[in-house]
Design a protein around this ligand. Structure first.
Ligand code: NAD
Length: 372
């Protein structure tokens, strides 16, 4: 029997609600396919601070180290975050720390707009073509979010003024490894890669373009194009169907993946995978919804659990190699949508046959579709 250890860190806001549904899906998958999942829940984010004073408690980190993958909810609460020093806030102290700790350098964000949800997409129908299906591959451990120096200091010659410094740094090996991830992903899809940079202004952009072009020679079956990030942001709105895989550095990927996410109608639909290096058959991964803790709807059974449930499918595929089970979960999500189940974020009163459901009803519909 295949056995996998999963660290389930629900976090804050809607995290616990959507994690509950994801665990139900894991339990159903276990029974149907005969796997064994050891799922251990632990505190992170404000839940961690309230429990032990740390956004990433030592016990939680130890659990992650013993696990085959981390299934994560979201962390951070806007009304509490400013009450503690920046370095202790959940997004820095938990999320960025986990990424560094486990060398998670590749973030994969699939964005799909199912035909049945065309109404939830902000673009006119003719711009949606035959459907939107983009994979944003974002570099996760380099660039401006980590580059040194990073500080705020008094502005020389100014009374009370400051200057804030963030530094963008990329090395050749960092660009090479993320480019390989993106080219390999493109090979499994429609074989087109759009590399995003700002080579007209940034030194980083010039190096990025040179390295990606060189790595591209190893993938002659993949069509490579380069696009400036400002144009990329515009093209996502004008003609999103032109994109297959978009390869971005950290900050550009952060912004463009959220923009692409808007095309799918709701952040609540979008999973993400953050992968480290592959050793043998194992790729340690961190799987989470693309959205945050959604404090506006937390605790009300309103959150869409699909992003968390599709994150489970990504985990099964990328860290455990359970391709059939991953596809079954994705098919169950599609079936639940086709059956008319809609959480508030994807509901339109004008859609015939659609029924507004809560977090737990959507989760139950997906489990039922999986079992059927
Ligand atoms: P958010 O993603 O939490 O919410 C943005 C909008 O999307 C809200 O209207 C919210 O209701 C909606 N939304 C998000 N997920 C949804 C879901 N599953 N179902 C239905 N609607 C959903 O972003 P925000 O409001 O900017 O941030 C809130 C908090 O989350 C902040 O503290 C922020 O720092 C944190 N955050 C954490 C992560 C993470 O843990 N990875 C990511 C982003 C934001």
């Amino acid at each position: 029997m295949k056995h996998f250890k999963i660290a389930a860190l629900a976090g804050d806001g809607i995290g616990p609600e959507v994690m509950r549904e994801a665990i139900n899906v894991l339990r159903a998958t276990e029974k149907i396919f005969g796997f064994q999942f050891t799922i251990t829940e632990a505190a992170v984010g404000w839940a961690g601070i309230d429990q032990s004073g740390q956004a990433l408690p030592d016990a939680t980190l130890a659990l992650c180290r013993e696990s085959d993958a981390i299934l994560f909810g979201s962390v951070g609460l806007p009304e509490r975050d400013p009450t503690i020093p920046k370095e202790q806030r959940p997004e820095r102290a938990a999320l960025l720390r986990i990424r560094k700790e486990f060398g998670l350098f590749a973030n994969l964000r699939p964005v799909q707009l199912p035909k049945a949800l065309a109404h939830a997409c902000p673009l006119a129908l003719e711009r949606q073509g035959n459907g939107i299906d983009i994979l944003v591959v974002r570099e996760l451990t380099g660039g401006m979010y980590f580059g040194q120096p990073k500080k705020t200091e008094p502005l020389p010659g100014s009374a009370g003024g400051f200057r804030a410094i963030d530094t963008m740094v990329y090395t050749t090996p960092e660009i090479e490894r993320i480019a390989h991830v993106a080219f390999r992903a493109a090979r499994l899809r429609r074989k087109k890669l759009t590399s995003i940079d700002k080579a007209n202004v940034l030194e980083n952009g010039i190096l990025w373009r040179e390295v990606v072009t060189r790595i591209g020679q190893e993938y002659p079956d993949v069509t490579l194009e380069h696009m400036f990030v400002d144009n990329g942001a515009m093209q996502l709105m004008l003609r999103p169907t032109q994109f297959d895989v978009m390869l971005c550095e950290n900050m550009f990927g952060d912004i463009l993946s959220d923009e692409a996410a808007a095309l799918a109608g709701s952040l609540g639909m979008l999973p993400s995978a953050s992968l480290g290096a592959t050793s043998g058959e194992n790729t340690f991964g961190f799987y989470e919804p693309a959205g945050g803790t959604a404090p506006d709807i937390a605790g009300k059974n309103l959150a869409n659990p699909i992003a968390q449930i599709l994150s489970v499918a990504l985990m099964l595929r990328h860290s455990f190699g359970l391709h059939e089970a991953a596809a079954a979960i994705e098919a169950a999500v599609t079936a639940a949508i086709l059956a008319g189940n809609r959480t508030g974020d994807i509901f339109s009163p004008s859609e015939t046959g659609a029924r507004k459901v809560g977090t737990s009803e959507m989760g139950a519909a997906i489990v039922a579709a999986l079992q059927a």
